[in-house]
Design a protein around this ligand. Sequence first.
Ligand code: GLU
Length: 362
Amino acid sequence: MTRPDRRPTRSLALALLCVLIADFVEARMQPPRVHFVATGGTISNRDGGRLTAEELAKSMPGVDRYAKLTFEQFANVASSELTLQQWIELSRRINEIFAREKDVAGVVVTSGTDTLEETAFFLHLTVRDPRPVVVVGSMRNPSTLGYEGAANLLEGVRVAADPAARNKGTLVVLNDEINSARNVTKTDAVRLQTFRSREYGQLGVVDRDRVVFFNQITQRSNERSEFDINRITELPRVDVIMVYQGATGDLIKAAVDSGARGIVVATAGAGATSGTQGEGLQYAAQKGVFVVTTTRAGSGRIAPPRSDGANPNVTMTEAMQRRRQFAIAGEDHIPVKARILLMLALSMTRDRNEIQRIFSEY
Ligand code: GLU
C-alpha cells in the first residue's frame, strides 16, 4: 500500500504562511495614519493668501517616514476668531474621527497661538479617546524668514503617531517641546519659546531620533472625562473679571445683567478683591451666578474652604451664606481655563458641590 503524497499540500500551506507573514510584516512597517485638521492661525497666515490644509500637509519633507497623513480644512482664521460654537463642532468632529476611523493613531490640529491654550484645553476636556490630539501653531508666519510652522507641524505629526502619546489628553507641540493642554500657557507675546507649563514643566520633547516623555499628568481627561460634547449644544456665558487696585463692582453687575451664568475672578494673590468688587460679587450671588476664584499671579492653587463648612466662630449672615452657596475655588487653573471648565460644568449641573468636585478632579 502506498502512502498518499502530502508534499504538495505542505508546500501550499508553507507558501500561504509566507504570504501571511509578509503581509503582517508589511503592515507593521507601514507608518500609522495621522489625521490633520487645520483651523488657521499664523502657521497658515501667508502674505497674499492663507495656506490651506493641503498646502500645509505638503510643506513637510519626509513626513511619510512617520505617518500616512490625511487632512481636512475646518476653518482658516485667527485663533481668537473661532467661536464657542465652532469649538463644539471641532470637538464633535474629532470625537467622530476617533469613533469611525480606528486606524487613525492621532489627530493634529493647527491653531493660531493667541488663544491656542484655550482651544487645546477645551479639546483636552471633551475629546474622549485615549489617542492623542496634538495642537500646533507657529510664532512666525510663512512669509517670514525663519518660519517654524512646517517644523512644528512635522513634530506634531510625529507625536500624534507615537504610541507613547496615548492617554495623555491633548498635547501642545511647538519649538521641540511637548506640553499638556491642561498646564500650558503662552508666556511671551512674540518669542518662539513662548509655550510653557511654568512650575509643572514640559511633558516631553521631540528630538531628532525620537519623541521622549518625561512626565505624566494625573488629572482627568480623555476617556476619564465626563463631558459628552454630543450632549452639549451651547456653552453658557461665563466672563472673566480682573482684580486691580480700586476695581469697581459695576463690571461684575454688568456681566450678570448681560446674562453671565458664571464669573471667574482673577483675584490678586489668593482671593483678594478690590474697590467695590465685593458688592458686585454679592449681586452675582443674589442672582444665582456662580463665582470661581482664581489668581492673576500666573500660578498657584486656590483651595476650597476647609471641610467646605462654615467656621463655627464666625456668625454667617444670610448674605455670607448666599455668597458661599455660589462660590467655587478655582484650584490651580488660570482664569481663562477656569472659565472653560465652568462653562462645561454649568452645561451639566447647577449643584455647587458638583461644580467644586469638577474643579478638583480636572
Ligand atoms: N496670532 C494669530 C492667532 O493667534 C494669528 C493671526 C492670523 O492668523 O491672522 O491666531
